[in-house]
Design a protein around this ligand. Sequence first.
Ligand SMILES: Cc1cc2nc3c(=O)[nH]c(=O)nc-3n(C[C@H](O)[C@H](O)[C@H](O)COP(=O)(O)OP(=O)(O)OC[C@H]3O[C@@H](n4cnc5c(N)ncnc54)[C@H](O)[C@@H]3O)c2cc1C
Length: 494
Amino acid sequence: MTDQTIQKIVIAGGGTAGWMTAAALSHLVARKLDITLIESDAIGTVGVGEATIPTILTINRLLKIPEPEFIRETSATFKLGIQFENWTRPGDRYFHSFGDTGKGCWAGGFHHFWLRARQLGFGGEYGDYCLELKAAQAGKFGLLSDTPINYAYHLDATRYGQYLRKRAESAGVKRLEGMIKAVSRHSDSGYIKQLHLDSDDIIEGDLFIDCTGFKALLSEGSLETGFEDWSHWLPCNRAVAIQSELDGPPPPYTKAIAHKGGWQWRIPLQHRAGNGLVYNSDAYSEDEASQLLLNNIPEKPLADPRPIRFTTGQRKAYWHKNCVAIGLASGFIEPLESTSIHFIQNGIMWLLLMFPEMGIDDATVREYNTKLRTEAEHIRDFIVLHYRLNERTAEPFWDYVRDMPIPDSLAQRMALFKRTGRVFKPQEDVFSENSWVQVMMGQGLMPQGYHNIADAMADTQLDTFLTNIRVGIDQSLGRLPDHQGFLNHLSETR
Ligand SMILES: Cc1cc2nc3c(=O)[nH]c(=O)nc-3n(C[C@H](O)[C@H](O)[C@H](O)COP(=O)(O)OP(=O)(O)OC[C@H]3O[C@@H](n4cnc5c(N)ncnc54)[C@H](O)[C@@H]3O)c2cc1C
């Protein structure tokens, strides 16, 4: 605890986490802060992290980022969800869209009504009731004045960093190029006092933000905060990434394709695609993983495969003493649902909401850590769910994740859904009831029952209710332009 007013902020690291933090603190803290960001071109950034979820629109709006400019500068495309291929069994496919599906009511989501219709022998596919899902499959995207569309972006990580840097520097953030070689601390409090650079510059600060990526140079390297390892639930520990050309128009969704020992991502941008394989090191060697990925990319690679190593888990404290870890320095959950950039934003938003105006106090630090830990645990459970529900056979990786003990919190959610069709969204869970429903049913976990509110309608009323939703969606779909056409239109908008 300290009564020292926070004035000098030092951000260590200039990847997506560092520059998002710099842009947000320089624009959204009313008091003018003295912010310095240190990054090393020699080390570079992790260079991946190109798919997002809809919460990114919130920070863009707060930072008053004009959408056409953002799309242009980051070579972004629109994202309506994720297509999962081969997850339940090879050949299977389902879609997790960002949209609402159908119309629910106070007692529960639309799926209760759909489940009753299914029992009665009509109703079609659950996905028929989601505009975003149908638009994604049709390669369409647009903005309709009378029909909200939930979406996110695919973006070029390097260009995104450069764009945020421009905005942060124009708001007064000072950037220092250099390698941090040592961290010194106050002998009494143990708080971080200074960062020592290879240029022999010494940078002092009141509050330090550790955005140094997997190294966690400040929060782990110096403060030894500790790490909670989740590898037993999420055993992937390697990735290989390759950028490739993109043949044809970019689809408005990410693909996640399961393979024998992991899964492959495919992220379409305007000028290229991002590809990667996330896997467990017992399943493939680095060479095998690279070859497998290369064999499964339809277009010409633009560079050599780049290997990345990681351990899934979270830092034991996100905020420790006068250091807040944001981004990969705070922990990592594999990118299956594109949650890391969201989680960076989450760390920043809670920091802004709890900004230590009058000094750092224990209650604030505790509150901050509880919020972030709780959200990270919900994300973890959601990712584990995808693995748990696989029905792939005779593959040690998939057999393990299907049979492993899972967190109690996830076991409870699955049991409740299986028996009753119910999903209750805790406040800190970024994923909606419909997200959980789409993944659970998409991978074959069908509820035995539904909420009795769905019985309030006569069969014919239910049929008309469902038909009207489908007709409305088809009409909206007909009014949407194709995704590439919409991108072209935006590129002409200033
Ligand atoms: C395989 C993989 C796929 C991913 N896919 C997605 C995705 O689709 N969507 C998503 O939201 N997230 C994804 N992520 C996560 C995402 O990449 C990160 O959350 C995001 O890029 C932020 O990284 P960072 O800024 O924390 O770290 P980094 O990009 O590693 O940046 C670290 C910074 O610290 C600096 N630094 C380190 N050491 C020193 C030093 N000694 N001195 C000075 N500077 C130093 C580096 O130069 C760099 O600027 C993925 C991650 C991985 C590993």
